[in-house]
Design a protein around this ligand. Structure first.
Ligand code: GLU
Length: 561
């Protein structure tokens, strides 16, 4: 068949050639070794924790090498598209430090805009470009139309799926039948094409595969190492019957034109790789380097490893924000999962941000990383404990203004006070670790505000209420302002002794008979009254921040009630 004629029949309106298109996408002018990476999500819903992985790797590799990281929206499957998903994912990714140099971005009015010279970055806006290459492939005899009625099309697609999934269940006969059908479709004549076109029949464009699955392709994946994959003999659909390309076809053209050097994606794409390699060859494109990231696993109730699926807790990145996880902590956690030596580096470089860590592809796990909330919580606590009070205040307020607006209002009425509270136990070698998520802030801090202060704990059973009252009354009798923690504690000890408690714990342990208890017990009484609970940050710090008068007031109330 005359393939040039066929190409004209199928794409009469395509007048550009691949050379015309290439001229619009010049080679990028980047330093030696700079990597060009992309995140290429389909806008079908939220950002999955597993999606943050390739995004983080892409971002790190590009920015670490002085390259370019761009966002491409792969929206060729209109049926699966969710409205607002593209906008949502740009926002979510930004929260996790994923910023793009180029690509789809948010305009001020919240709609998607395009930034950079290699766009458009939304596949639905690139259909004309794909058709130029589709026409070229037909011209070169590497692709052919497959005419069907919509019904037949559906039937065929289900056969395709079946042949992939249940290949083993197929009988020899059924396979032979399928092969014969494929051959028949491949051998369509020009006259048949004309007839179909005249009748207005839809067609899909298929690639004419030249592979033999008995033979193997050798391939090196930068994460998985050396692989051997069977050659492709599947006539992959390149254009669907509405002229829209499939992911396979579109991504090859885009990655080529946009100058992608490294394709970083989930390992679920590995089985498609032979088709992609073939496609790059057919199109005359240089194959980019590939990194297929292992799927994220979780442990189920029985301790077995399972894939972290869409519905699992921890899958939806937007949930982390709602739950009050600080984005910096999640990023740190992702780094610990991505590079086995990250924690070691971090211990040695505690003050440096994770972006200074020399991310290394070779340190990535080839099998699935295990997602674990306990580990995330651990990382979270540590990261927040090392932040300055100023940082904690800013980050907490961002969250609280949405999820705890009333409490946020209390804090913002006196930022200096809020920061003084956040400063307690911060900055030393062993900082306090009170916060795992921002949900922990209010229960920790509410005692500092009269509006939210409440009695959490009651007097423990081992103490007689009358003794507690008597001590607190004695405490109030000569209580004044104290210069510092020492002066205050000396006062507590004096009152303790006068009230029959031993001012020295060691001494008390030697001869407990002579006392009602020791200075630790009476401190508990003061704590219960002033903080409303048995566990609280440093008591003198609390008194200092709420003020001596307020502390006395709380003690008097406690005695009265
Ligand atoms: N659109 C594909 C996905 O969402 C992208 C795969 C790739 O990065 O090439 O899985």
């Amino acid at each position: 068949m005359d393939s040039t004629q066929l190409a004209e029949l199928l794409f009469p309106n395509v007048t550009k050639t691949p050379e015309d298109v290439e001229a619009l996408y010049p080679k990028r002018n980047l330093p030696e070794g700079a990597k060009v990476t992309r995140f290429a999500p389909s806008p079908t819903g939220f950002v999955h924790f597993g999606g943050l992985f390739p995004a983080t790797v892409g971002e790190r590799l590009a920015h670490q090498s002085g390259g370019v990281f761009y966002l491409r929206i792969e929206d060729t499957d209109a049926k699966r598209e969710v409205e607002g998903a593209a906008e949502g994912l740009i926002r979510t990714l930004a929260r996790y430090g994923i910023h793009f140099d180029e690509g789809a971005s948010l305009a001020e009015d919240g709609t998607i805009a395009s930034k950079g010279d290699y766009g458009p970055y939304r596949q639905s806006e690139r259909v004309d470009i794909y058709h130029v290459y589709a026409k070229q492939l037909v011209k070169e005899g590497k692709a052919y139309p497959c005419f069907t009625t919509a019904e037949e099309l559906e039937k065929m697609q289900s056969v395709d799926k079946k042949s992939e999934i249940k290949a083993k269940e197929w009988t020899e006969e059924a396979m032979a039948e399928q092969m014969a059908e494929m051959r028949r479709l491949r051998e369509i004549t020009l006259d048949e094409v004309k007839e179909h076109l005249a009748a207005g029949d839809p067609f899909v464009l298929r690639m004419l595969a030249d592979g033999d699955p008995e033979k193997k392709i050798r391939f090196t994946d930068l994460i998985k190492g050396n692989l051997e994959l069977p050659e492709n003999d599947k006539d992959e659909v390149l254009l669907k019957s509405d002229g829209v390309p499939t992911y396979h076809f579109a991504h090859a053209i885009d990655d080529h034109l946009m100058g992608t050097t490294h394709v970083i994606r989930g390992e679920e794409w590995l089985p498609s790789l032979p088709r992609h390699i073939m496609l790059f060859r057919y199109l005359g494109f240089k194959l980019p380097k590939y990194m297929h990231i292992a799927q994220i696993m979780r442990l189920d109730e029985n301790g077995n490893k399972k894939k972290l699926s869409k519905r699992d807790m921890g899958a939806n990145m937007d949930d982390y924000f709602k739950l009050g996880y600080c984005a910096d902590c999640v990023c740190e956690y992702v780094m610990t999962l991505l590079n086995s030596n990250y924690e070691e580096w971090h211990t040695a470089n505690a003050a440096k941000p994770y972006t200074e860590f020399p991310f290394n592809i070779k340190k990535m796990s080839t099998s699935g990383c295990l997602f674990d909330f306990n580990k995330l919580n651990d990382v979270s606590k540590n990261v927040i404990s090392r932040m300055t009070a100023e940082e904690v205040y800013a980050k907490y307020m961002e969250w609280a203004s949405i999820f705890e607006p009333e409490f946020a209002g209390l804090l913002s009425a006196d930022p200096a006070k809020a920061k003084a509270i956040f400063s307690i136990g911060r900055g030393g070698k062993k900082p306090r670790k009170d916060f795992t998520t921002w949900q922990d802030v209010k229960p920790y801090m509410d005692l500092f505000y009269n509006e939210t202060f409440h009695q959490v704990d009651a007097i423990p059973e081992q103490y007689a209420k009358e003794d507690v009252k008597a001590f607190l009354s004695a405490y109030l009798a000569n209580c004044e302002e104290f210069a510092d923690n020492n002066a205050w504690f000396e006062y507590v000890k004096t009152v303790a002794e006068k009230s029959g408690y031993c001012p020295d714990v060691k001494l008390y342990k030697q001869s407990p008979e002579g006392y009602k208890g020791h200075v630790g017990d009476v401190s508990t009484f003061v704590r219960l009254a002033v903080a409303g609970k048995l566990n609280s940050p440093d008591l003198f710090e609390i008194i200092r921040i709420i003020g001596g008068e307020e502390a006395k007031c709380r003690i008097q109330n406690f005695i009265d009630n």
